[in-house]
Design a binder for this molecule. Structure first.
Ligand code: ADP
Length: 623
């Protein structure tokens, strides 16, 4: 088991990159993940070793062939038999060369295929694990992280890790054997000449690594600018009406141009870096090659080296050129995998603060009695002296309605969040039918408590799929009944494609009130025992709201209902109304009792009922 780590939501990618550039534990963990697929990795590693070894044979055969050919040209054979033997030897060498090249090609193919296959599997596993983790992590954590950052981790970071598995691990084995084996063979032929030839390894290797790391930093900066550009474009498209209404096109254009120009400059710098480093490396390489050719040529002329040995030498240098340059790629790949893996594992290792208790049992609903007992709560980062809620106690029974009213920010929605256990209380207890909600399974709790949000989220799907989201196997008649109760059925029937109409950008766009009514239909469908309406009819006109209320009362007569609202007509029929202020219940009672109390509730009621032309006027007498 990995230790649970705290997630630092403020860490930016650059800072993280610096910290974990050579994080060996992250790399080891990724490599270990790859080697869990033993058979594939064993085949890939053997293929890689074989590819490297066969590649090392090629220059040796070439050198031997040159010496043999030279022997034939200069006619050193004593007789015809020797001549035939020499020709046969040359032919054998040519065949061996061909054989080694073909085997090397086959081994490389196998290495690429298996490496890529394991990489893809790891990418798939990580994406699933990450997505699953995001589903389980608590809201108190989500409150502190940016959605864009989480998406980057799920896409780009998974890709960085996957690439390391597909190519990085195997490439490291390949480069080590090629450079190490090549160096040994060169030293064996001529140590002095080998020292000159091998001088290019550290020079080009270091140069390539520096260039790659610089290129990577520039790439990260470019990504940042690109995400700014995307955000600017997204905002502009979403807020196009505001932009046009305020004739702000020129302002928006200028803003976009500034970011665009920054991105262009970074791109130009990257190209400059790339071209100059490639040129320098090529120059060093050919300089060393020229030197070896000149000195080696002299040795051949002096008879201390054969032409074949010089050819072998030069062929090795040709073969080593790519691996040496790839040291830079390797370092970059390590840096990227460390950063990406580190960021990804930071999320994967988190333990959700809200999870099923070890002995959690499903919630057993006997009556549906909700109890808040002296509940206090503060969001993370909030000072202890000013909790969001303190000393909240109330009880709601089935068939009853509890109304919660109060100024914005007084903690009304927080009560709903605590009831669904999206956050845990700091002190006190929330129970349903005597069971502390921390002792029951989350799934059973959330299917028993349906919360209708003020700003509902609709999926890009058909209307019936959106309504049946919480009860996907429900039948059409039940969907229509819910839509009828929330006063949406007639509207949907009038659409050409009825319940099959697509919602969202490519489909019909619903008004705020229609969206709220859809959310109500969605919440009453799964037959949850407890229904919480969190200001969920704020955008619906008073007459429609009244019809919804009647229909809901008929459909859900024996359920426990909590209504949070600004508009008093929404909750004046409640059995008990709680008036919340700064997290405290400052008044409580029925509508009649609160009016008689003549306090804050009564003042608010007077204010709402005397507003001229207001649709908040009660259209029926309070009970
Ligand atoms: P209401 O529903 O009465 O408008 P809320 O329950 O939404 O009030 O909020 C109560 C207080 O808690 C407000 O001060 C609000 O800023 C704060 N708050 C709400 N949600 C969060 C959150 N996710 N993280 C931190 N503070 C929050």
């Amino acid at each position: 088991m990995q230790a649970t780590k705290r997630f630092d939501s403020t860490a930016d990618s650059g800072k993280n990159a610096g910290q974990s550039r050579m994080n060996t534990s992250v790399l080891a963990r990724i490599t270990k993940m790859a080697f869990r697929h033993r058979l594939r990795m064993a085949v890939a590693v053997i293929a890689t070793i074989a590819a490297a070894v066969f590649q090392l044979f090629v220059p040796q055969f070439l050198g031997r062939a040159v010496d043999q050919a030279q022997g034939l040209i200069t006619g050193t054979a004593a007789n015809a038999v020797d001549q035939n033997l020499a020709e046969a030897a040359l032919f054998t060498t040519a065949m061996l060369l061909l054989f080694a090249s073909v085997l090397r090609g086959l081994a490389t193919m196998m290495q690429n295929y298996q490496g890529e296959a394991v990489g893809q599997i790891i990418g798939y596993e990580l994406r699933l694990a990450y997505y699953q983790k995001l589903q389980s992590l608590s809201f108190s954590w989500r409150d502190r992280v940016h959605s864009g950052d989480l998406m980057t981790r799920g896409m780009l970071d998974v890709e960085g890790v996957r690439l390391w598995v597909s190519t990085g691990v195997l490439r490291m084995i390949l480069l080590s054997i090629l450079i190490g084996g090549g160096a040994i063979i060169l030293i064996d032929i001529d140590p002095a000449l080998a020292a000159i030839a091998l001088a290019m390894v550290p020079i080009i290797g270091v140069r390539a690594s520096i260039a790659r790391l610089r290129l990577r930093d520039a790439w990260l900066k470019l990504q940042e600018e690109m995400s700014l550009l995307t955000r600017a474009m997204e905002e502009n498209l979403a807020g196009i009406r505001v932009v046009r209404a305020f004739a702000a096109e020129a302002f928006e254009m200028a803003r976009f141009e500034v970011i665009s120009e920054r991105a262009r400059r970074i791109s130009a710098r990257r190209i400059g870096l790339f071209v100059s480093s490639t040129t320098q490396m090529t120059f060093v390489y050919f300089l060393v090659m020229g030197l070896v050719l000149w000195l080696g040529g002299q040795k051949v002329l002096a008879g201390t080296m054969t032409l074949g040995e010089l050819t072998e030498f030069l062929a090795f240098m040709l073969i080593l050129q790519m691996p040496v340059r790839q040291i830079g790629w390797m370092i970059n790949s390590i840096a990227r995998a460390s950063t990406c893996g580190g960021r990804l594992f930071a999320v994967l290792d988190l333990e959700p603060s809200i999870a099923n208790a070890p002995a959690a049992k499903p919630l057993a609903i006997t009556n549906g009695i909700i109890k808040f007992e002296n509940v206090s709560f503060g969001y993370a980062g909030q000072g202890e002296d000013h909790p969001t809620l303190s000393g909240i106690s109330f009880e709601a029974r089935p068939g009853q309605m509890i109304g919660i009213v109060g100024p914005p920010g007084s903690g009304k929605s927080t009560i709903a969040s605590l009831l669904g256990r999206y956050y845990d209380v700091s002190s006190g207890r929330v129970s349903i039918d005597g069971q502390d909600i921390r002792d029951v399974t989350l799934a059973s709790l959330r299917s028993a408590v349906a919360i209708v949000q003020q700003q509902p989220f609709l999926f890009t799907s058909s209307l019936d799929h959106n309504i049946a989201y919480g009860a996907p196997s429900t039948d059409r008649a039940s969907i229509e009944r819910s839509a009828n109760a929330s006063q949406l059925h007639d509207y949907i029937k009038g659409l050409p494609e009825g319940y099959g109409t697509l919602v969202g950008e490519r489909g019909v766009s619903l008004s705020g009130g229609q969206r709220q009514r859809l959310a109500i239909a969605r919440s009453i469908l799964p037959e949850s025992q407890v229904l919480v309406f969190d200001d969920s009819t704020a955008a619906v006109d008073a007459a429609t709201e009244q019809r919804i209320r009647h229909a809901i009362q008929e459909t859900v007569a024996e359920r426990t209902i909590i209504i949070i609202a600004h508009r008093l007509t929404s909750l004046m029929h409640a059995n008990e109304i709680l008036f919340l202020e700064e997290g405290h219940i400052v008044e409580r009672g029925s509508h009649a009792e609160l009016i008689a109390l003549n306090g804050r509730y009564a003042a608010l009621y007077r204010l709402q009922t005397t507003q001229t032309g207001d649709d908040n006027l009660p259209s029926e007498a309070p009970q």
